[in-house]
Design a protein around this ligand. Structure first.
Ligand SMILES: [Fe+2]
Length: 205
């Protein structure tokens, strides 16, 4: 089974004015699609074509000869996750276990936002900013290019794409403004809560 581009969980105009329809159409329909198509081409008619996306990522993560597979598989995973991290009229405040964990780990929502922004803005060149769960603590992480927490056996709760293709049409070089809009207007805290609950269940199992 070849990998497929997942549909966006909302319309291409649904995140306006924070992410324009043009950006979302290009980002999902061109950039993400290209990662999926390239990955399928790379693994076609090889034993790797039978692996799950997660297994492909883990197997290629530490092998320089498989960098092309890792990069395209990672970017497919990252984008599929990123779309679900946002929703129309998102942002606001987390509740329940996520709010408690953020208070415990960052001293509150403002502390979390500052740390996340710092990582997102400080990532030199292309990459991703992440909120991850590490045992009982939440942590902030920045990764370069296609790298992702899964490759380091960490659990992703939230991510923001800080490749220029994510924001350049709307914000030009103003990455901080894009990250601010992501945090204040777009984050789907319910998705973060689902990811945290899933991790707690798998640890309890
Ligand atoms: Fe992207």
């Amino acid at each position: 089974m070849a990998f497929e581009l997942p549909p966006l969980p909302y319309g291409t105009d649904a995140l306006q004015p924070h992410v324009s329809e043009q950006t979302l159409k290009f980002h999902h329909g061109k950039h993400h699609k290209a990662y999926v198509d390239t990955l399928n081409t790379l693994i076609k008619d090889t034993p790797k074509a039978k692996l799950s996306l997660e297994d492909l990522i883990m197997q290629s993560a530490k092998d320089a000869k498989q960098a092309a597979i890792f990069n395209n598989a990672g970017q497919h995973w990252n984008h599929s996750f990123f779309w679900r991290c946002m929703k129309p009229h998102g942002g606001g405040k987390p509740t329940g276990d996520v709010a408690l964990a953020i208070d415990r780990s960052f001293g509150g929502l403002d502390g979390f936002k500052e740390a996340f922004k710092k990582a997102a803005i400080g990532q030199f060149g292309s990459g991703w900013a992440w909120l991850i769960a590490d045992k009982d603590q939440l942590k902030i992480l920045a990764t370069a290019n296609a790298d992702l927490p899964l490759a380091h056996r960490q659990t992703a709760l939230l991510t923001c794409d800080v490749w220029e293709h994510a924001y350049y049409l709307d914000y030009q070089n103003r990455r901080p403004d894009f990250v601010q809009a992501f945090l204040d207007q777009l984050v789907d805290w319910e998705f973060v809560a689902q990811n945290l609950a899933q991790m707690s269940r798998s640890h309890a199992a």
